[in-house]
Design a protein. Sequence first.
Lengths: 196, 196
Amino acid sequence: MGKGERTHTTILDHATSLASQVGLTGLTIGALADDLDLSKSGLFAHFQSKEALQIEVLDHAARRFTETVVRPALAKPRGAPRMQALFNGWIAWVQDDSLPGGCVFVAANTELDDRPGPVRDRLVALQQGWIDVIAGSFRRGIESGLFRADADPRQLAQDMVGSLLSLHFHSRLLNDHRAGARARRAVAALLEGAKS
Amino acid sequence: MGKGERTHTTILDHATSLASQVGLTGLTIGALADDLDLSKSGLFAHFQSKEALQIEVLDHAARRFTETVVRPALAKPRGAPRMQALFNGWIAWVQDDSLPGGCVFVAANTELDDRPGPVRDRLVALQQGWIDVIAGSFRRGIESGLFRADADPRQLAQDMVGSLLSLHFHSRLLNDHRAGARARRAVAALLEGAKS
């Protein structure tokens, strides 16, 4: 990485952290300039518009998510170990200090669901990619005979995402310290029920 | 209701609808004045601050939720019929035309989870009340011998909320038309697994 690229990445790290707290739609070039104590004109040289900044933050967060959660999980054996790794990786992601406001995607889902435009389009593409990773991992477990032949990968994926979203809600809003243990039990039961 | 009270309720209906689209934190007295084509000073006579408006909207939405979802469900027989009624009522609530942007609570959960203050406190109290309704309904089903004696009402409630949140995400963001059928299957399996 050259110096310019490193600076750009550092700015994106800050922007992602800020977005996790103020929301993606609250992430303006002005707000980021204040947070970084930089000039707005300097930031405009990096990001030509608020939408471009928001899309870059989504892509930046997605790259980090792929590197820290998806790739290590896909290196695990098929079936339950891979699904458990996806689940544990997601929990570690949400608890990471670099996202003080929780998962930037979980917040963006409801922020953007009725705001048509390029930022929402990018979010949909990224989130569909994440669901496809979960459903695809279930599908390969079925093909390998590790999960029941009549199991529905899309049903299992939607149910697993439910456990993640409910955990996020119970722990971050309701401050329920038992939510993590319950989510683990839910996913263990899901995998046990899918076993062939 | 007197005329003043009716006007206040009409304003709150508009404000709740607006909050479902722009988010609760986007609901300012100025934004509401624009939406209703009223003067800001007139609205300040109804709501003394942005926070007071946001709290009134939460309370207004919660009252409507109690009347249209909770109360009819609690009139159903204990056990699976009551849980199904809570689930179906929630789905009808999310699809109601008066909430064009989906459930105002689902969006507020991630908007407010790291914004300490009176609005978050009220949201937490209301959401805890909703979780208590679900868990309490499971508990009474257990006491009546309709659900297994060793079932955990808090586990069942967290799992059921997961099905609701995952449905909201799949249908509203990903526009997945099969999500409703999957959520129904998930809740049916949850209730079947809890049966005594």
